[in-house]
Design a protein around this ligand. Structure first.
Ligand code: AMP
Ligand code: TRP
Length: 335
């Protein structure tokens, strides 16, 4: 207990600038991080651009999305003085530690990653798949280990990757002596898997930018339209029931954003129809996103300020990262 109390507790999570961040990212990750940053001694949130390029990106679009993602994190309430926000590729230590970790990772364990399996299935065979998509979870482990993160808040889809990181940390420590903190994934009790509005059997995702995905940059009009078209069912009562997937997804979003309990929500919507739920949910989302969007616009119009904040973040991050990297190299026996 005494040892625990003395140890600095670190929380870390990342987001890929591979598209425009969406409501699933906000509900499952970013809004969760905002609450967590005050509960830990250090909170670190890299924009992981090296992960984004594991699938083809258009260079100019990638640059813009990287700025946009950083601006959204900041505008959502991550405090750049208290927390560390930076761009992953600004720190060579991530790629360097990744290389060291690939030497203790096995083909078999990477082959078992469901996200990789899903992604290769979706890629047309003529395009081929980059090796980076396969080794991606090792880079993610490096992101986590460099800062000795104790907890890693993620959405459901990333839990398996954090578990792989745990195994790698334990393996490295066993082989070379205690070097890395073994990280723990934490998931938001609700909202860790927000579903597509048009197909509630699949998660809302950046790769499907159709009308089933609410982008954090969508205008109020577009948000209303997308919600009105959301798939529900032929029932009438508004009740939390995981089997009624479309309705349940809308209610979970409502619950997380409103902070109300399930019984309060069911009572509120008693005798009302799906149309009313969609209408109220749209207004709730718009009310939360509007101030964030205004702030994002300000950042995007002042890239100098954004650059300065990110540079400062990278500097602070590098101090921590270099220490861990040097220790790992030394333990392996590199001169
Ligand atoms: P990504 O956009 O893949 O970089 O994801 C950034 C964070 O958002 C990760 O913690 C993901 O697990 C989380 N996330 C992505 N999609 C969803 C979703 N549909 N519901 C909840 N969390 C999500
Ligand atoms: N792989 C994560 C995703 O796709 C993003 C990520 C990269 C990450 N490095 C991380 C998340 C480290 C948590 C910790 O969402």
């Amino acid at each position: 207990m005494i040892v625990l109390a003395c140890m600095k507790k670190v929380v870390l999570s990342g987001i890929k600038p591979s598209g425009i961040p969406h409501l699933g990212n906000y509900v499952g990750a970013i809004s969760y991080w905002v609450g967590l940053q005050n509960q830990y001694d250090q909170a670190i949130f890299p924009v992981v651009d090296l992960h984004a390029i594991t699938v083809p990106q258009t260079p100019k679009v990638l640059t813009e999305q990287t700025y946009l993602t950083a601006a959204i994190i900041l505008a959502s309430g991550i405090d750049p003085k208290r927390s560390i926000i930076f761009i992953q590729s600004h720190l060579p230590a991530h790629s360097e530690l990744m290389w060291l970790l690939t030497t203790i990772s096995t083909m078999g364990e990477l082959n078992r990653m469901t996200q990789y399996k899903d992604k290769i299935q979706k890629t047309s065979s003529t395009e081929g798949v980059g090796v980076g998509l396969f080794t991606y979870p090792v880079l993610m482990a490096a992101d986590i280990f460099l800062y000795q993160a104790n907890v890693v808040p993620v959405g459901e889809d990333q839990k398996q990757h954090v578990e792989l990181a745990r195994n790698l940390a334990e393996r490295f420590n066993k082989r070379f002596g205690k070097t890395f903190v073994v990280p723990e994934p934490i998931l938001r009790k609700e909202g860790a898997r927000i579903m597509d509005l048009l197909d509630p059997t699949k998660k809302m995702s950046k790769s499907d930018t159709d009308s089933g995905c609410i982008l954090l940059t969508d205008s109020p009009e577009v948000i209303r339209q997308k919600l009105m078209r959301a798939v529900t069912d032929s029932g009438t009562s508004i009740k939390f029931d995981p089997n009624r997937k479309g309705l349940h997804n809308l209610l979970i979003i409502y619950k997380v954003l409103s902070g109300k309990t399930e019984s309060q929500i069911e009572k509120h919507f008693a005798g009302k129809g799906y149309r009313e739920l969609k209408r109220e949910l749209a207004e709730l989302i718009i009310a939360q996103l509007s101030p964030i969007q205004k702030q994002v616009d300000r950042y995007m119009k002042n890239k100098k300020r954004l650059d300065a904040l990110l540079k400062d973040g990278a500097k602070r991050a590098d101090k921590i990262a270099q220490k861990t990297l040097a220790d790992a190299k030394h333990k392996i026996g590199l001169i």
